[in-house]
Design a protein around this ligand. Sequence first.
Ligand code: DOR
Length: 441
Amino acid sequence: MTADNYDLIVKNGSVAFPDGTQETSIALKDGRFAAIGDIDETSAKQVLDAKGLTVLPGVIDTQVHFREPGNEHKEDLQSGSLAAVMGGVTALFEMPNTKPPTTTAEAIADKVSRGRNRMHCDFAFYVGGTHENASQLPELEKLEGVCGVKVFMGSSTGNLLVADDDGVADILKHITRRAAFHSEDEFRLRERRPLALTGKVETHAVWRDEEVAISSTRRLIKLARAANKHIHILHISTEEEMQILAANRDIVSVEVLPQHLTLAAPECYEELGTFAQMNPPIRGKRHRAALWKALEQGIVDIIGSDHAPHTREEKADAYPHSPAGMPGVQTLLPLMLNHMAEGKLSLEKLVQLTSLNAKKLFKLQDKGEIIVGGHADLTFVDLNRTETVTEDWIASRVGWSPFTGMALKGWPVGTMIRGEKVMWENQLVTPETGQPIRFDI
Ligand code: DOR
């Protein structure tokens, strides 16, 4: 074996495989995993000693909103992806509610070219499904850099909306890939709008009540079944939806957010005011407990952050003029590691929820698992390190987090993408390496 057989060997780390953790070495070559096991150190140009660290498959955040083009004062593809890699995220799926919305081939190509060699991590973009573009979706959903179709059934930030059953059915009829849905019932939202009281953010969860989410999810599952299509329902927030979803696992995959697993009403509104406002809302403890139970029972497939940055000034506006959403791409992994330290989930489960299931459900070609031949994307974490979330650490352009001041046990130490160390100990080591994710479709 020549000394430069491999580019790098990562040794002494506890490596997280789908069936458990093992102390072993990983050899990398040309940006891919080349060997796993007992590897002769002299066969590599460089060796990284990961003693004391746990080595995860690169964390994939399948739901972020980065605001470019159109609202770069909140975030752009570069600042958002900096926050991602600082938090241990190696790849992400970005949402279409930008300005203009991502609903055409031109808008997709524009985002891909803005992201390539400028974002700090790998990326794919959702194409927004609308009444107007439904018949073009078969081509749009297969373009380079596209992870699938996203449909807003209830209106949120931006103007994408397909509220009616016929509109959703038309989209489902045309597409073949798994599509993602924001499931809130627009008709019930409109009826209940007067219940959102000026200056009273705690009425957010009254206006956008449980039934808003439940009735939409019920309708959506019926439509998906009739169309015989797979769907992914984003940010599930109620106990009742989990019961419905449990009976429909053959066609539906389920996302839950760290903020819904961590915060609860009414305390979150008392402590954070409009900074806790998001869609669907943070609800009471009964629902938070039900989300954890569903996660334990295997009804949850994916943890996404729903990173939705708005500036401090915008968020401080009087409710309901204040925009919904909070940043989260950088705190997704630290929060989930802390929940792990508290015994709420295992490391194997964390790996399924943050990488492996994304690979399986969205058919990622090279990512989501530490296997020979795959992209050498790794997230290095120290499970014993406790850090406090501070605004100094937050890399998002908006500069705030609902979790500042929280001490979290388990912390991302490094982010490696296609064999390049991108973040190490809070420093950006290799900038702007971002490339579009490839899919088996
Ligand atoms: O709270 C939210 N904010 N929910 C969404 O669905 C959209 C997001 C945003 O883009 O601001």
